[in-house]
Design a protein around this ligand. Sequence first.
Ligand code: PLP
Length: 361
Amino acid sequence: VVEKINNYYLTDYYNPSATYKPSLKIKKDLENARESLSKYLKIDKSELYFTSCATESNNWVLNSALKNKSCNLVISAGEHACIYETAKNLQNKGFDVRIAALNNDGTVNENDLISKIDDKTALVSIIHVSNETGVVNDLKALFTKIKKKYPKVLCHSDGVQAFCKIPTDLKAMNVDFYSISGHKFGAPKGVGALYISKKANLTPFVFGGGQENGRRSGTENVAGIIAMADAAKIYREHSDTDKIDKIHALLIEKLKEISNVQIIGDGAVNSNRILAVSFIGCKAEILQSMLADEGVLVGRGSACSSRHAGNRVLAAMGINQSVIDGTLRISIAPETSAENIETAIEKIKIVVAKLRGNKIG
Ligand code: PLP
């Protein structure tokens, strides 16, 4: 990807909106990138809009879909901060924001979600794959049910952790808006996209020169966009789903060899790319730092929020604080091997034993 995009910094650096000849090629390359990404989402290319990141895409949908204060917004308690904080900001401005509860396994509670929706609901936003637990929400079932009862309600999903990892047939899912982010599948940071269904209208959030069909102004991040299409292709070609499923299962099996371990979201469908696990009695920040010293890089919840205290999403799953305190987030990439897992587990066992002041395991 880097080799390919270097060309757009070093040689083909023209502005796609300019009218001289070299720019026309850039414009064409940009549209090809749009087409190739749209195919993976099973949408028409006119429905895909490039943005600077998923945070922008998500802000755009929430801030533009609520037209007046008589309508309401429904989100789940499992949303990423860029949805949750945007919703809270709308609430502070006087909008009616409703938050649907999670089940213990991390999926959104369907009954609570439906009960929060009414004729005044303008938008429902439900994360596709949780960035905290890897748990998958069955959007097709949820959105189909919602639209049957309330045909005018618009449905959005934050698909950042799903795209290129699990099927994302947007038309079949009955979704009106869907956000993706390049850096989750190997593109550089700072590029994203938003699907806006032809059937749904969304007022612009960024005004200016009229790029992106007048809906999202600003000179396009050409290299980033082309990298995003390229990265999606490469990521998908290198993703052996069966292998990744086996690696995920191996990780769980090995973690269960350690005493006092709790797999978070156990029982729910998982994307098999993220696993949240608690080493009860240990402090996750200390574990994380000791593991980093051993060359094992694991997360503590969402990277964007890991500097904040607590974990809002795990708390919403009803997980108690002592379990949350010991929770690490382990990610699996297409290139993660069984050997990588074995090595990581060995180091985890040593570090956990050290922290617990007892024998390994
Ligand atoms: N939504 C989810 C589920 C994420 O995991 C992230 C990033 O980690 C974002 C949104 C934010 O994406 P971006 O960094 O492109 O703004």
